[in-house]
Design a protein around this ligand. Structure first.
Ligand code: ADP
Length: 801
């Protein structure tokens, strides 16, 4: 007989011999048997196992068994286990009351009847099994109740979560997706429409065609969940409002019953529209940024192209400040191609201005520093002396104020400044020339009137004291000086006019330069003598062969001598030297006179130029003499220079003329020395002067008389013819332009008058051109003099006869 379910039985007995017997009896019950020979062992066994029954042997005549029962009762695991006492035979005094009080359920006397024992054990085992099951049932019941409570609580929590979830949620049931449950967020999303109990397609007609129903159908059919993010969905959120596009993260999950069959779908989602919009906005702004940066790049490129194409220099500099914030230098960051040609600076990137131009003026740092600090642009023109350039600069701050960056757009305007300066100088020169011309005209009037006054008064004196020879001589001399001065002035003027008009013809001859000297000295002698100066001559003995217009070079030397005499206080010293220097003849005229201030040296040869006119006003002059000198010398291929140590230090004028080549020198012929002014070697001649200008005629006649000749005067051609016949002159000075018979006609008539054909005929004209000369020659004249004839020339001419 097997006990079901299998049970454990504890055998407790101090008599070990009893165990095999008991074990044999209970063997076929299938129960598991455990031995315990002492109380100790028994307690151990009940700690380790659950027993259905304990067979506790009572020792004969002892109450040990009761103690053991008592101790077992105290153990929780064995408290309720039925105890069957096995009493030794003869133990009539078994303390039943005590034993049952201790939980014994039965009593078996020894020897044990196996059938009874087995029946009792199986009864208790069964009872034990029932008790266990009942206990188990009780446990299960309370567990179920607990579970129910837990399910309830979980359900409540779920509902709460469902309701409170920040996501929108809905439960659809069945293949038609009927709304069973929706939370607040779902309602808010879809505009509070009546949903529960309705089919999805009915309540969301606007979703038709957007693909959502297909997805739900698929999840329902397959049970596979669907996850989607950022799905665009067009929803009618208010009954009257236009459909609105939203973006959703969505989950559809199949719901199953206990058997695993799909019964519905859980819809779970989050409205991500704001995020999508933000992302779109971000994408858009990134796009815009990209566009802007592209635009910036393009515009930067445009600027670069622009700056590269301008013909101005462009650069960006970064100001460098000292700790006190004062600009001390700047660094070049970038520049265009024109930079180099505009500044002359190369490889400047990252270099500083001071590195490139060490002594650059602080003006540049201050100016740009101010722009960098104040942000106020400037435009200016300034000279960078250290770079030998002028710049026109526009400076403007770029970037944020802390960057201290300044852009410079600039041009090298050195050339413009130069031409401006040239223009200014030209204008100044022109106005100076104009001033000199005006002054010249005033001076001219003055200079012409000056001699006229004494001449006029001289004439008056002559009229009154005509018979006083002494007075007459004095006045004649005075008048002669005055006229000479006027003639000189007018000659100079005419010469200048001729040179300027390119009409001055040079009568070039090959001569020894020394021959020119005597005429010049003679011309100047009156002035030299009047100034009581000592004239020293230092003339080389060597031949100085030159190819010159003798008259003009004579005029040059005379002019220099006259000036020396004029601008040297009375009793001065004048040195005239003439020598050879290489292939040049050098004439120098030095005086110890008023000298020339350094600032006037450069302009002294200019037309109308006069050193401070007040120096020696009495000397007069037009300021054209030296100009004439220079032009004449230059026309001869020579040069004239001046030196003076300054005021009152005297002056030295030096004329250089090219010498004739050695080969040609032999052809030079020396002219006869012109006679000295005193006329001592002149023959006494009979001279007729024919001139309709009475003064001219008379003054010439007077000069000739003074020279010791005998003269006769006639005032027209006819009278002249008569006088010639009567007087039989050796020489006739004949004016050309006369009323009635002109000079040519008179000359021709005289040449064809017997006895008179060999008279020396001298033409006196106001014109001295080549043409005039050849005409007079044709008419039979021997000489040709321009009026007024100079004493020296007349003398020289007469000396030749
Ligand atoms: P002018 O003598 O008629 O004034 P010039 O052309 O001959 O004109 O001379 C120009 C100026 O040069 C003079 O006015 C004078 O101031 C100065 N000058 C010329 N020669 C001398 C000299 N030997 N010593 C000092 N000054 C001189």
């Amino acid at each position: 007989m097997k006990i079901q379910p299998p049970i454990n039985i504890l055998l407790v007995n101090s008599q070990l011999s009893i165990f095999p017997n008991l074990e044999a009896i209970l063997a076929d019950t299938g129960a598991s048997l455990y031995r315990a020979a002492s109380l100790q062992e028994a307690l151990e066994q009940v700690l380790n196992h659950d027993f259905a029954v304990i067979l506790l042997g009572l020792a004969p005549a002892s109450h040990d068994g009761l103690d053991t029962a008592k101790r077992l009762r105290e153990q929780p695991r064995s408290r309720a286990v039925p105890i069957i006492f096995l009493a030794p035979s003869g133990a009539d005094d078994f303390p039943f009351e005590e034993a049952f009080a201790l939980g014994a359920v039965d009593y078996l006397g020894e020897p044990v009847n196996p059938a009874v024992l087995r029946a009792k054990v199986s009864l208790f085992a069964d009872l034990h099994g029932k008790t266990v099951r009942i206990a188990e049932l009780e446990d299960a019941e309370s567990e179920r109740a607990g579970l129910l409570r837990e399910v309830q609580a979980a359900g409540d929590r779920m509902t709460e979560i469902f309701a409170q979830a920040p996501a929108f949620m809905a439960v659809l049931s069945g293949p038609d997706h009927v709304f069973e449950l929706v939370n607040e967020h779902f309602l808010q999303l879809v505009g509070k429409r009546e949903l529960v109990g309705m089919k999805a397609k009915q309540v969301f007609p606007e979703l038709e065609g957007q693909g959502f129903f297909d997805i739900v159908d698929k999840v329902y059919a397959t049970g596979l969940p669907f996850f989607g993010t950022n799905l665009p969905i067009v929803l009618q959120r208010q009954p009257d409002a236009p459909p609105e596009e939203r973006f959703m993260d969505l989950v559809y999950m199949a719901l199953r019953d206990a058997d695993g069959n799909i019964t519905g779908i859980l819809v779970h989602g989050v409205d991500q529209t704001h995020r999508a919009l933000a992302e779109a906005a971000q994408a858009e702004s990134q796009h815009q940024l990209l566009l802007a940066s592209e635009e910036l790049r393009a515009s930067e490129e445009r600027y670069r192209t622009l700056f590269e194409s301008v013909d101005q220099g462009f650069c960006i500099i970064e100001m460098m400040l000292d700790p006190a914030g004062n600009p001390v230098d700047y660094r070049f960051l970038e520049m265009n191609r024109m930079f180099e040609s505009q500044t002359g600076l190369v490889n400047v990137i990252n270099k500083t201005a001071r590195e490139l131009v060490p002594d650059l003026s602080s003006f540049w740092f201050d100016t740009y520093g101010k722009v960098a600090i104040t942000g106020e642009p400037v435009r200016f023109e300034s000279e960078a002396k250290e770079m030998h350039r002028w710049f026109d600069v526009y400076a403007v701050r770029v970037g944020d104020p802390d960057s201290k960056k300044v852009a410079l757009l600039f041009s090298d305007i050195t050339a413009r400044k130069q031409s401006e300066a040239d223009l200014r100088r030209l204008a100044a020169e022109m106005s100076e020339a104009d001033r000199r011309k005006t002054e010249f005209l005033a001076t001219l009037a003055h200079e012409l009137r000056n001699p006229l006054a004494p001449i006029r008064s001289g004439l008056g004196v002559l009229r009154l004291a005509g018979d006083n020879p002494e007075a007459v001589v004095r006045i004649r001399e005075m008048m002669d000086r005055q006229v000479t001065q006027m003639v000189r002035l007018i000659d100079d003027l005419l010469d200048i006019a001729r040179i300027s008009g390119g009409k001055l013809d040079l009568q070039m001859e090959r001569v020894d330069l020394k021959d020119v000297l005597s005429g010049a000295v003679e011309t100047s002698l009156p002035l030299v003598e009047a100034g009581k100066h000592v004239l020293n001559l230092d003339i080389t003995d060597h031949l100085l062969p030159v190819h010159v217009d003798v008259t003009r070079i004579g005029q040059v030397i005379a002019n220099l001598l006259n000036n020396a005499a004029k601008y040297t206080p009375a009793g001065g010293r004048i040195d005239l030297s003439m020598k050879q220097d290489g292939d040049e003849a050098v004439i120098s005229v030095a005086d110890n006179g008023v000298g020339i201030p350094a600032e006037s040296l450069a302009s002294i040869f200019d037309m109308f130029s006069q050193v401070d006119r007040n120096l020696d006003r009495a000397q007069g002059g037009l300021g054209i003499g030296l100009s004439l000198v220079r032009r004449l010398v230059e026309m001869h291929g020579g040069a004239v220079t001046v030196e003076s140590a300054g005021i009152a230090q005297g002056s030295t004028f030096t004329v250089r003329l090219p010498l004739e080549q050695a080969g040609t020198a032999g052809k030079v012929h020396g002219k006869d020395q012109v006679q000295r002014a005193d006329g001592r070697h002149a023959r006494n001649l009979r001279i007729l002067v024919v001139d309709d200008n009475r003064d001219g005629a008379e003054s010439l006649s007077a000069i000739l008389e003074l020279l010791g000749h005998t003269t006769r005067v006639a005032h027209d051609g006819i009278l002249g013819m008569e006088a010639a016949r009567e007087f039989s002159p050796d020489v006739v000075f004949l004016d050309i332009g006369m009323p009635g018979l002109n000079g040519y006609e008179v000359a021709q008539a005289l040449r064809s008058t017997p006895g008179l054909e060999h008279i020396v005929l001298v033409a006196l004209t106001g014109w001295g051109t080549e043409n005039d000369r050849s005409r007079s020659q044709e008419a039979g004249f021997d000489y040709h003099l321009t009026k007024p004839a100079k004493l020296a020339t007349v003398e020289a001419l007469l000396a030749e006869l």
